[in-house]
Structure formats: C-alpha cells, structure tokens
Design a protein around this ligand. Structure first.
Ligand SMILES: [Mg+2]
Length: 216
C-alpha cells in the first residue's frame, strides 16, 4: 500500500480542526478539492515553487463560502514531481503554505482543513493516486475522527478493508480532469468537473446556490 502524504505532518497524526466560521455546524459535509485548475492555475511543467503559484480569481471566496456553509475542506492533489525526484516534500510544503496564505488573503475564512497529496508517479499504481480513491478515503477518516474525538488514535483503512463508511451525502469533489471525476465515482461522492481556466469559482453556484449565500 502506497498511502497518501499529508501537508507538514505524518498521515495518522491527530488533526486539530479549527472551528468553522460563524459557528456553522458540521453535518458531515466535506468538499474534496483538486488543486491545479481548481484553486490555482494549472501550469505546463508543474508549479515548482510558491512563486509560480497563481491563484485563480475567486478561489479564496469559494473556499470561505464552503466553510461558512458547513463544509470541511480537504485538498487532494496528485504531485508526481516528488516521486519523480524533480523536487522534494519540503518544496511542496512551501508551495502549500503559499496556497493557504493566498487563499486567506482573499477571504479570511478560506482555511484548508486538510491537504493530502500523492507523490507517486503513475506507473506505481498507488491507491493514493487519482483516479484511485485513497486520498478521499484518508481525508474522510481523518476529518471524521478529528471532528468527533481529536485525541482518538487514527488508523486509516482503505478499499475493501474499510467497512463502516459514513455517508457522503452533501459532500462534493471539484476537479478539472476526468481522473478527478473517476476518483469521485469510485469513492461515492458527487463529482463536479470545472473548467481549468475558471476553477472552483466557475462552479461554486452549483454547490451553494447564490440565494443561500447570505444565510450564514
Ligand atoms: Mg487539476
């Protein structure tokens, strides 16, 4: 098993979630978000540093809006340059620090609850690499356990070994590629494909209708 990796942490370390904004309750909804072409602009030859990270307009507002409407936000991103030896985990950590900073600059509620990534090249067949659902499985279990009892030891199960799965009703995945949507289907969550030029801002109305935006 080639498991997902987690931003600046070992995978099964307890996750400390901050409160949702405006005292929004968590009803079990998770927004699983791909990164490139969803939050930031996709780049030929990868995003290789925080300087190369260009937020798509409105991403911060969309993430803030999701959290104001009771979603936990989990980024799930394939990052094979790590496994290819192009750059390492620390470079990716700096890129993800920059992503979080840029999102918060646009909207103070745009906190990412959890960032998971798959460092594996495609030929390794990793369960953690989309279109396979390993990152989604790990994201759900980490957030669910942390929300209920943050001190409970975490042991993540995958595939057929994960028996008692919580409902993904109300959850969504946003991605710009077919592999994202396939991962959503295999996992059992509503998948929404966005245009990589407009990213999540172009589909946020499909998740939170504009007439509900002001209610929280
Ligand atoms: Mg993408």
């Amino acid at each position: 098993m080639l498991p997902p990796h987690r931003h600046r942490s070992s995978l099964e370390e307890p996750l400390r979630l901050s409160n949702l904004p405006a005292n929004a309750d968590w009803s079990g909804k998770i927004a699983y978000l791909d990164r490139d072409g969803v939050l930031n602009r996709w780049r030929e030859g990868y995003v290789n540093s925080a300087d190369e990270l260009e937020l798509l307009p409105g991403s911060g507002y969309a993430v803030g809006l999701l959290r104001r409407n009771g979603f936990r936000v989990c980024v799930v991103t394939n990052q094979s340059p790590v496994g290819r030896g192009i750059w390492g985990h620390e470079t990716l950590s700096l890129i993800h620090d920059g992503l979080q900073e840029q999102l918060l600059n646009e909207d103070r509620d745009a906190e990412i609850d959890l960032i998971l990534y798959s460092p594996y090249p495609p030929d390794q067949g990793a369960w953690a690499r989309k279109p396979r659902p390993g990152m989604l499985e790990a994201g759900r279990q980490l957030i669910e356990i942390s929300q209920i009892n943050p001190d409970q030891p975490i042991s993540i199960s995958y595939g057929e070994n994960w028996k008692k799965r919580p409902s993904e009703k109300g959850s969504i995945l946003v991605g710009d590629r077919e592999s994202d949507i396939l991962a959503a289907e295999t996992f059992g969550v509503r998948g929404i494909q966005c245009n990589p030029e407009t990213g999540i801002a172009g589909v946020i109305d499909m998740i939170i209708p504009p007439d509900l935006e002001g209610q929280n």
